[in-house]
Ligand binder design. Structure first.
Ligand code: HEC
Length: 175
């Protein structure tokens, strides 16, 4: 009996405590184009895309510049193909790309209470988790999302609550 329960405890200790952390708990924010606020557009000539950035309206209203972002914040980065001119993006009169409706990636980051607790400190991005979708909401994922890519790069912005654009947007507009 005793050995059995010891064995059981040993096996339980080997199971990853992080079994439910990961991209699966980030839902595709269906309907975000109508329900969310588009706060920024960035042309990326290197990627031949224009990126559209969205935030849920409740978090936009509650967020304060220079402070940690509210729990429940959902940020989206949507890559659009652009009209091309030969091998370069065609530009409009303002020198901007001309995005098409064709979406190639939907990147989502979402923050919920306690979500970060299951990640080791060297990986953890506060309480954020990340997910990567096709335009239709099906998941693109694999180890890149789960363990390394998203977390390690966004770690560079730990002092801006792990965001590249939104924290700065708040400082610029509400600060
Ligand atoms: C190589 C570094 C890098 C990796 C890897 C990366 N990101 Fe980002 N992310 C950025 C940069 C830089 C921006 C700002 C937009 C830009 O300049 O293109 C950004 C912006 C975002 C945004 C908009 C909010 C913000 O922080 O500005 C979301 C959402 C996002 N990324 C999610 C993801 C997800 C999900 C993954 C993993 C699948 C991921 N990112 C992987 C660098 C990275």
């Amino acid at each position: 009996m005793r050995i059995r329960s010891l064995l059981f405890a040993a096996v339980a200790a080997m199971l990853p405590a992080t079994s439910w952390a990961g991209p699966e708990r980030v839902d595709f924010p269906a309907g975000y184009r109508d329900a969310f606020v588009e706060y920024l557009r960035v042309d990326r000539p290197d990627r031949k895309t224009t990126r559209f950035f969205y935030v849920d309206p409740e978090s936009l209203a509650a967020a304060e510049p220079g402070r940690e972002l509210p729990q429940g914040t959902v940020l989206i980065m949507e890559d659009h193909k652009v009209v091309m001119n030969g091998d370069k993006p065609a530009l409009n009169a303002e020198g901007r790309h001309r995005p098409t409706d064709e979406v190639t990636n939907v990147f989502v980051m979402e923050k919920r209470p306690g979500w970060g607790a299951e990640y080791p400190l060297e990986t953890r991005n506060g309480d954020w988790d990340y997910a990567w979708f096709e335009a239709d909401g099906s998941r693109k994922q694999g180890d890149f999302v789960r363990f390394t890519g998203c977390f390690s790069c966004h770690m560079n912005r730990a002092n801006r609550d792990f965001t590249f654009t939104f924290f700065k947007y708040l400082l610029d507009t509400k600060g």
